[in-house]
Design a protein around this ligand. Structure first.
Ligand code: PRP
Ligand code: MN
Ligand code: MG
Length: 176
């Protein structure tokens, strides 16, 4: 698709959002002994790198890769684990770190999977939320910025694997 991109959320605004998110997360986990932040590959990588450097105390990071695909028989979506976390999460405070929540399918399935392993607590954090696109209800504890239903890229988020390296978030505008 021929397209161009337009800056939508600047580096400065992203930094401010991360400062605010980190303040809330630090307050929430002030008594936690070993927080484990779990990022979902690949989109969360840039956000995770910037967010974890703002979190105080004992923090560990880990990653999971999942792919979601349609299930024709139930018209729902299934999530397949491509790479699991390396850490044993049982009894741990776990914070899932996502770049974007769209339908909610990815986070919902990952949440269900990780809950079976009996963490001490499990919370969700996303930089961006697109509530208009939600298909499944999922409670998100920490939301950075709520955005309208736009096609966005940058700061970890891709369009056909491109643009993850943009330091800001941009809108994709189709050209004819
Ligand atoms: C994107 C995004 C979220 C997910 C949100 O990931 O990074 O993880 O989709 O969509 P949902 O709420 O409808 O599940 P994608 O599957 O494109 O993989 P990527 O992170 O490797 O780009
Ligand atoms: Mn993703
Ligand atoms: Mg993607």
């Amino acid at each position: 698709m021929k397209h161009t991109i337009e800056m939508m959320i600047s580096e400065q605004e992203i930094n401010k959002t991360l400062d605010q998110l980190a303040e809330r997360i630090n307050a929430h986990y002030a008594d936690s002994e070993r927080l484990l932040m779990v990022g979902l590959l690949k989109g969360s990588v840039v956000f995770m790198a910037d967010l974890c450097r703002r979190i105080k105390g004992h923090v560990e990071i880990d990653f999971m890769a999942v792919s979601s695909y349609g299930n024709s028989t139930t018209s729902s979506r299934d999530v397949k684990v491509l790479k699991d976390v390396q850490s044993d999460i049982s009894g741990r405070d776990v914070l899932i770190v996502e770049d974007l929540i769209d339908s909610g399918n990815t986070l919902n399935k990952v949440r269900e999977m990780l809950l079976l392993r009996e963490p001490k607590s499990l919370a969700l954090c996303t930089l961006l939320d697109k509530p208009e696109r939600r298909e499944v209800d999922v409670h998100v504890d920490f939301i950075g910025i709520t955005i309208p239903d736009e096609f966005i890229v940058g700061y970890g988020i891709d369009y056909a694997e491109q643009y993850r390296n943009l330091p800001y978030i941009a809108k994709v505008v189709p050209l004819d």
